[in-house]
Design a protein around this ligand. Structure first.
Ligand code: URA
Length: 230
């Protein structure tokens, strides 16, 4: 049987995605990487994608989406469009979000059907840096960087945020790096220093950078090295 056909028999992979995976060197047959999209394999061949065996269950899938403003980071909602509405329905099975963004935030959103991987991505103990470009309503106070670095107390949860970095880019613009993902975290941090976020865009999570080729609403498979970086 053709290798691309064998892969695309799995509901997560369109025929096009299967060919891309093979061409990118992410598919192994009996332990050897196969890049020939025309390759033929017998039905007993051990096929794996990103070193994870392709079984009759669900092979792992990792996507980056350029989330546009206006979409909910949820898999379904009765009132608002969700990020899943932007993804080919053939890929929806077990797909979930690794680190949400608010409805009015944009930028890098990672989706997967691999629960262990998404747990690593969001586990506060692992401290993966998340980098945001922020625009504010008021000029950013000189003290903000110091306050963010020493942690902001969130009275509602009774916790103090981990040290975060603020790099001032302009009077109303900054790049902020946080290491956890508390509810509305960056908006509440700016609120604590007397300011208000007017736009928030995630540029990076760990070593995974939002691909500049992706327009808002577009997505692509992660490369093998992006996937393995988490
Ligand atoms: N912090 C926020 O306030 N909102 C987001 O979407 C992400 C981080």
């Amino acid at each position: 049987m053709r290798l691309d056909r064998l892969i695309s028999n799995h509901p997560q992979y369109s025929h096009r995605a299967a060919r891309q995976l093979i061409a990118c060197g992410r598919v192994e047959v009996n332990g050897e990487i196969v890049r020939d999209t025309q390759a033929v394999v017998d039905r007993f061949a051990a096929v794996s994608i990103d070193s994870i065996p392709l079984r009759s269950g669900y092979p792992s899938l990792y996507l980056m989406l350029h989330k546009p403003v206006g979409y909910l980071s949820a898999t379904s909602d009765p009132a608002h469009p969700t990020v899943l509405d932007l993804i080919d329905s053939a890929l929806h099975e077990r797909l979930h979000i690794g680190g949400r963004l608010d409805r009015n935030s944009s930028g890098l959103l990672l989706l997967t059907n691999d629960g262990l991987w998404s747990r690593r991505l969001t586990e506060p103990r692992i401290k993966i840096p998340k980098v945001y470009h922020v625009t504010t309503a008021e000029p950013i106070a000189a003290i903000a960087a110091e306050r963010f670095a020493s942690g902001i107390h969130f009275a509602f949860e009774g916790l103090t945020t981990s040290p975060a970095q603020l790099q001032l880019l302009a009077t109303h613009m900054a790049r902020v790096t946080i290491y956890e993902g508390r509810y509305h975290q960056i908006k509440r941090m700016f609120h604590a220093v007397g300011n208000r976020v007017v736009s928030l865009h995630r540029e990076r999570m760990g070593d995974i950078v939002l691909d500049p080729e992706l327009a808002p609403g577009d997505y692509r498979l992660l490369t093998r090295s992006e996937m393995l970086s988490v």
